[in-house]
Design a protein around this ligand. Structure first.
Ligand SMILES: [Zn+2]
Length: 264
């Protein structure tokens, strides 16, 4: 979805896009225009994210064959155990950006993640859209998740990922104060799944490169102030084949910290 929103901006420039929408709206559709404008206010592209936070990481320069495998929005009893079994069978380690609220609800799953040699990182306490929050609220979300992970004996490893990749100057201020690195992604498995599982595997593995950061989701359910209920069964179904294809292409999927250590 962010691709659709961003591509016209890149080709035409923001002013051209907006004037184009004005022409399209002669027959009505103000609500749609407002929705489009709001969408463009989010940091939906790698360039816009770097403009707001030049120290953020979307990919890594490395001379090796490593890429990072990351899972967001868990832990989730519906999917996380299956993901762990698939990763164990493939002998692949990954980084789980967990939501603090979900970690508190399923602490044993956090322990299971760590026991298998994976690592956990900070994906906020409640998965709220941080770029719409004031500094105090952003800080609560980020520090709250740090405290949750510390309370579970986990720790974030100093790595933070904002929900949907949406950041603001307040997010930059809060992450710097908490000494966290903000991590985005190079590609997202779920962005390809509407084409079917086989095609998604082919597309993701074809475009994968050393130093890349692949985003997947092991969590779909969340309650609290920003609830969601998303079926992640297609992600889980795609994972074994995807890991085989990445390996066949000579890529070694691993934890994010391993990739960061291997950066040039
Ligand atoms: Zn998320």
């Amino acid at each position: 979805m962010h691709v659709i929103a961003e591509r016209p901006t890149r080709l035409l420039g923001r002013r051209a896009l907006l004037s184009g929408f004005g022409a399209c709206l002669l027959g009505g559709g103000t609500a749609e225009a407002v929705q489009v404008l709001r969408r463009h206010d989010h940091t939906d592209s790698e360039n816009s994210r770097r403009r707001v936070d030049p120290t953020s990481i979307s990919r890594v320069e490395t001379a090796g064959d490593l890429m990072a495998l990351t899972f967001d929005d868990g832990p989730d009893p519906d999917h996380t155990p299956t993901v762990l079994r698939v990763l164990s069978a493939a002998e692949v380690r990954a980084t789980f950006f967990v939501i603090g609220r979900n970690a508190l609800r399923h602490p044993q799953l956090v322990r299971d993640i760590l026991a298998d040699g994976h690592e956990v990182a900070n994906h906020t306490q409640d998965h709220r859209w941080l770029d719409r929050l004031d500094l105090a609220s952003v800080t609560d979300q980020i520090v709250g998740a740090e405290r949750t992970l510390a309370g579970l004996g986990a720790g974030s490893g100093g790595m933070f990922r904002p929900p949907r990749g949406w950041i603001s100057p307040n997010v930059v201020t809060a992450t710097r104060a908490a000494r966290l690195r903000t991590i985005f992604w190079t590609d997202c498995l779920e962005a390809h799944l509407s084409h079917g599982i086989d095609r998604a595997i082919a597309e993701v593995s074809h475009s994968a490169r050393p130093g890349g950061i692949l985003l997947c989701h092991d969590g779909g359910r969340l309650d609290g102030p920003n609830p969601q209920a998303i079926d992640r069964s297609a992600t889980v179904a795609a994972l074994p084949g995807l890991l085989r294809c990445l390996r066949a292409r000579g890529l070694a999927a691993d934890r994010l910290s391993s990739l960061l250590e291997a950066s040039n």
